[in-house]
Design a protein around this ligand. Structure first.
Ligand code: F6R
Length: 242
């Protein structure tokens, strides 16, 4: 695991955007794995800048998002589908037909999950996956548990995740209780992974991931087994790494 520490979250975001730019320039047909949340916002801003500067062309890129809430429509302003269009897709020249966000709407959600993994495989697998990390060490919505869950699946969100995400809703009661998420196995299949964390509140999760045991109680610790992971931190998120 390669670790890079930057003076600020925005500098880390620029560095991550440059990794994505290099990937797209190397292979304009790249398959990218994308994340939502506050952490990737500086990265998406920097990607938009690179696009506007004519450095990156997204027209043949395909993307798969990590996760989506169950029980709110795609049009809901807090859906991850809406988030991606607001913060990235509407501002770059990506073809909306090349964009996939989990869409847990059918009668049989397990079938939606199987179809999502199959769609990633059919696209040739993810070349470069972007991740954030939750305060409890979750990646995507893989919450701490007894086992690493391999494939895309439906998950009950933990209290701490609902608490962390209530800032986007009128109250904690309105935060959906379930989500569809890539599994640890889906994420580990990506050929290269970048995880970004910023802020003091992420320092403990980052330290547990990097310095602790490989343990499903810290889902992000599975990344220690992946051969091609870079962790981009600001100084605050790195503050417990001695
Ligand atoms: C989002 C996701 C989550 C977030 C994590 C951190 O697609 O998969 O695992 O990366 O909850 O969220 P923020 O960045 O809002 O602190």
């Amino acid at each position: 695991m390669n670790i890079q520490v930057y003076g600020s979250a925005s500098k880390a975001g620029v560095a991550v955007a440059q990794v994505f730019a290099a990937q797209i320039i190397r292979d304009p047909f790249s398959v990218l794995g994308l994340a939502t949340g506050s952490t990737p916002l500086p990265t998406y801003e920097a990607m938009v800048e690179l696009y506007k500067a004519g450095i990156v062309d997204f027209s043949t890129v395909r993307t798969f998002n990590l996760d989506e809430y169950v029980g709110i429509s795609r049009e809901h302003e807090q859906s991850y589908y809406s988030f991606m269009f607001e913060h990235l897709f509407s501002q770059i020249n990506i073809d909306p037909a090349h964009v996939q966000v989990p869409n847990p709407v059918s009668e049989n959600l397990d079938e939606d999950c199987i179809a999502y993994d199959a769609a990633i495989d059919d696209a040739g697998g993810i070349d470069l996956q972007l991740l954030g990390i939750g305060h409890n060490g979750h990646i995507a919505f893989n919450e701490p548990g007894d086992l690493f869950t391999y494939g895309t699946h439906i998950v009950e969100l933990s209290k701490s995740t609902i608490e962390a995400n209530k800032r986007f809703f009128a109250s904690a009661d309105e935060v959906p209780k379930k989500a569809m998420t890539m599994g640890i196995g889906t994420i580990m299949k990506a050929r290269e992974i970048v995880l970004v964390a910023s802020g003091k509140d992420k320092a403990q999760a980052v330290a547990t991931m990097i310095l602790g045991e490989i343990d499903p109680l810290c889902p992000a610790s599975a990344l220690l087994l992946h051969p091609q992971v870079t962790v981009f931190l600001d100084a605050d998120a790195a503050s417990l790494l001695h």
